[in-house]
Write a protein that binds this ligand. Structure first.
Ligand code: F6R
Length: 259
């Protein structure tokens, strides 16, 4: 089962996950990071900044989960721009080693396959950071997505477009399509770390961690993975039936285990 860690706030979650990433990079200077965008991973990226001072990150590689289709990659809210602004520049990563799905590829039908090939050629993702949508999506694998899916074009649900309208001037500007890693692609990462904050994520988190494994809640695919860490604040963890057990397990965890 996933290890669930309930923390007081986002900053604690960011610190916990950042510590794990730093120890990975120290062990493996050419580590492959799976990068999420949106609001959720920001505390991780913020916590990484001071922790990576003095650490050689020149060989660290990265693959983003998804990208909008239909907006210019120079648009400030394209995930290529977000990754450059929130990850590559502040952390000092080598831009050529960090990729986002190429949503500007003239051959979009096969672009996903090439992205998956690139991940494979890099040796696979060591640690995949994930957020979760209020409709249960991970990456942009909306409800109904196949657990075997690979990187491909998907249509965003109305709910996801409403949720993401806050990044744009209006919902009409939120793209309808995206190029997203598939659930099958995501499940190949060696360690999944799913974060969620706020009451609005509580139902999706409970469904993903404790509900039936179903494509209707794509986040439940994490139950098929042997190494998953779920880090939530009290509000996002408020619907977890086994919350007391998770707290007890984490409080009594040997230090050497990490997350
Ligand atoms: C973003 C991604 C999405 C988000 C999810 C939650 O790369 O893959 O699954 O993680 O939509 O978004 P936020 O974090 O903005 O609530």
């Amino acid at each position: 089962m996933a290890e669930v860690i309930i923390v007081p706030d986002r900053a604690d979650a960011g610190a916990l996950v950042a510590d794990e990433i730093v120890s990975l990079i120290r062990r493996t200077p050419d580590a492959v990071l799976g990068l999420a965008t949106g609001s959720t991973p920001l505390p991780v990226y913020e916590a990484l900044r001071p922790r990576l001072q003095g650490v050689d990150v020149s060989r660290v590689r990265g693959f983003a989960l998804d990208e909008y289709v239909g907006i210019d990659l120079d648009h400030p809210e394209s995930y290529a721009s977000v990754i450059r602004r929130e990850v590559i520049e502040p952390l000092g990563l080598t831009p050529e080693l960090v990729r986002t799905p190429p949503a500007d590829d003239p051959d979009l039908a096969t672009a996903g396959e090439r992205y998956d090939d690139a991940i494979r050629e890099a040796g696979g993702v060591d640690i995949q950071i994930l957020g979760i949508g209020t409709d249960g999506h991970i990456g942009f694998n909306e409800p109904g997505s196949s657990f075997a899916s690979r990187t491909r074009v998907k249509t965003l649900t109305r709910q996801t477009r409403e949720d993401n309208a806050r990044f744009f001037d209006s919902i009409d500007e939120v793209p309808r399509h995206c190029l997203t890693q598939g659930l099958g692609t995501i499940l190949e990462a060696r360690h999944l770390v799913l974060l969620a904050f706020g009451e609005g994520k509580a139902a999706a988190v409970a469904g993903a961690v404790e509900g039936p494994v179903t494509s209707m809640l794509p986040g439940s695919a994490i139950q098929l993975h042997p190494r998953v860490t779920v880090v939530v604040d009290e509000a996002a963890g408020s619907r977890l039936a086994l919350a007391d057990y998770y707290r007890d397990a984490f409080a009594n965890k040997p230090d050497w285990q990490g997350i």
